[in-house]
Design a protein around this ligand. Structure first.
Ligand code: MTE
Length: 307
């Protein structure tokens, strides 16, 4: 698979052939879910397997991890409305020519809004298929003209205890704010995405409004929500789950069925909806099914070590 430099990938460039062949079927499924007769131009169905269908909207927006609102899966849907998402400003700092504080609307102005239907795999071994809308992460970051010292980029979530009850909890264990990071070449990969919507609607607060990272080949905790700060740096930034428990969560966190979590297997996943009676289990794929696109980013790295 090849990418043209400095260009936005089109569906046919990054869509595996089997998926292109299956597009008609997936369109049919989406037709029900999204109320659309046809797929919008520029839709990317990256990494979808033949039996992947979008997870129902009620589950994508009702079963979440967003510890700022509590540790329960239903807490974000219940409490995230307490977060104010307009106006939203983003502070950009570090190794870049253009830094400062920007209104989110200004950062998004002029960027092509795309639809990306991605598999999403949580480190807890559940997974979904999500129809996102948003912009290529590279298109966002290029605006700041990062310099040669920018080897990594860090993303920070809103810290606002008044509106985020999980940040007021005495024993959350998390050192707020939530931070995540990527190597610059990962951030510039065509699959790396900033979502501003899902299922054709503005991103619900519980999913990380008004914009959140989506890195489909990595465990879900890399996909930081409600981002207020972007920092370019020459050093690997700290990331929340690694700080919390380094023996269980790494920086790279590429989906890897052959490296188990110390407390559970990563070989399979439960595709939501999943119940005790019907766990809907399926094999987990290396890089969550995106190996063909992203594996070369890690040439020469010991993937058992860089979990
Ligand atoms: N971002 C913030 N700020 N806080 C969080 O607790 N949880 C992460 C990630 N981003 C999290 C976060 C984890 S563990 C997962 S699996 C995904 O968000 C869940 O995204 P979803 O709720 O939209 O499915």
């Amino acid at each position: 698979m090849r990418y043209r430099r400095n260009s936005t990938p089109t569906g046919s460039e990054i869509t595996p052939e089997s998926i292109v062949l299956n597009r008609r079927r997936v369109v049919g499924v989406l037709g029900l879910g999204l109320g659309m007769a046809t797929m919008p131009a520029g839709t990317v169905l990256a990494g979808l397997q033949a039996d992947d269908t979008p997870t129902p909207e009620a589950i994508v927006t009702g079963y979440n991890n967003f510890y700022e609102f509590g540790t329960g899966k239903f807490d974000p849907a219940e409490y995230a409305h307490e977060m104010t998402v307009r106006p939203w400003t983003v502070e950009v700092s570090g190794e870049a020519a253009r830094t400062g504080t920007f209104a989110l609307d200004d950062l998004l102005k002029g960027l092509a809004v795309e639809e990306r239907i991605y598999r999403f795999r949580c480190v807890e071994a559940w997974s979904m298929v999500v129809p996102w809308q948003g912009v290529a992460l590279k298109a966002v970051l290029e605006q700041f003209r990062p310099n040669g010292n920018a080897k990594f980029v860090a993303f920070t979530t809103l810290e606002r205890p008044k509106e985020m009850r999980g940040q007021r909890a005495l024993f959350s264990g998390i050192d707020w704010p939530y931070v995540e990071g990527l190597r610059m070449d990962e951030a510039y990969h065509p699959l790396a995405f900033m979502a501003t919507g899902l299922y054709g609607k503005p991103l619900p607060n519980q999913n990380g409004a008004p914009w959140r990272l989506v890195v489909p080949w990595k465990y879900g905790f890399k996909s930081a929500k409600s981002i207020v700060r972007i920092h370019f740096t020459n050093r690997q930034p700290r990331n929340t789950w690694n700080t919390l428990q380094a023996s269980e969560y790494g920086f790279y966190a590429n989906v890897n069925p052959s490296v188990d979590h110390p407390r559970w297997s990563q070989a399979t996943e439960r595709r939501l909806p999943s119940t005790l009676l019907n766990p809907n289990r399926r094999p987990t794929l290396p890089f969550n099914g995106y190996a063909e696109e992203v594996a070369s980013l890690y040439d020469g790295m010991d993937l058992r070590r860089y979990f």
